[in-house]
Design a protein around this ligand. Sequence first.
Ligand SMILES: [Zn+2]
Length: 307
Amino acid sequence: MKAFYSDHFVLPLPEGHRFPMEKYRLLRERVLAAGLVAPEDLIVPHAATDAEILRVHDPEYLRRVVAGELDRAEARRIGFPWSPAMVERSRRSAGGTVEACRAALEEGAAVNLAGGTHHAFRDRGEGYCVFNDAAIAARAMQAERRVERVVVIDCDVHQGNGTAAIFAEDPTVFTLSIHGRNNFPFHKESSDLDVELPDGTADAEYLAALEAALDRAVPASRADLAIYVSGADPHERDRLGRLKVSREGLLARDRMVFARCRRAGLPVVVVMAGGYNADVAETVAVHLQTVGEAARYAADWRAFAAG
Ligand SMILES: [Zn+2]
């Protein structure tokens, strides 16, 4: 299975910033150490081009991001200080999801060890998200005539509000978001299917809600490709999550998503999204088990294709 990484495009952050920059490098190291991806299948993606980004984002927004002309309120909403490195990292992260989609369509599954920037809207960013990688990748696959329809399965604990808004009027992309009702963003958008969970939701309730949602969303989407915005932040000790899903519960979540996609014959792209455990190793462990399930999915796909 191919995995795309961009963790060496580090964006400079002030001391004590809450964004867990190091989780991406740690995850790549653990993916390699666990043998989930061969060294030659760990790939640095291209930087998403203007043409790719402009299928989703407003030209004036892109121009101001690139030029460093976001005003203070816009920059505060994103949560990163502007730098050329921020632009490059955001482009690489989106490029990784584009390339992971192409790889998944060939091989059944692929992973972007970044991405999941689902709070980025057409004309603005927020919540550590500058460009919406899943949206850019979905539109790229359509423009390249590789797929007609896409389902975005967003299990990050925060609503995929940017993705929901971008595809609100687009019947070719089905957006499912399962998230904490009381979490950021406080004004929710309308996905094609939203599942709002109360604070403290634990494994059994979480998995039952997800199962019901997948039963509706996957058939309704009639998709040719699934983009799984996995998220480690429903975890019980996540600092931003408010839910109480255990690490084992999150593994069961991953297996449920892959099982439903398998039943529908869907290639799956996995992107990481959030994870804010005080112990970064716990966040990395959750992401790692998701990558493990993706690798298993790709192996099964290969075996099936070989007859
Ligand atoms: Zn999140």
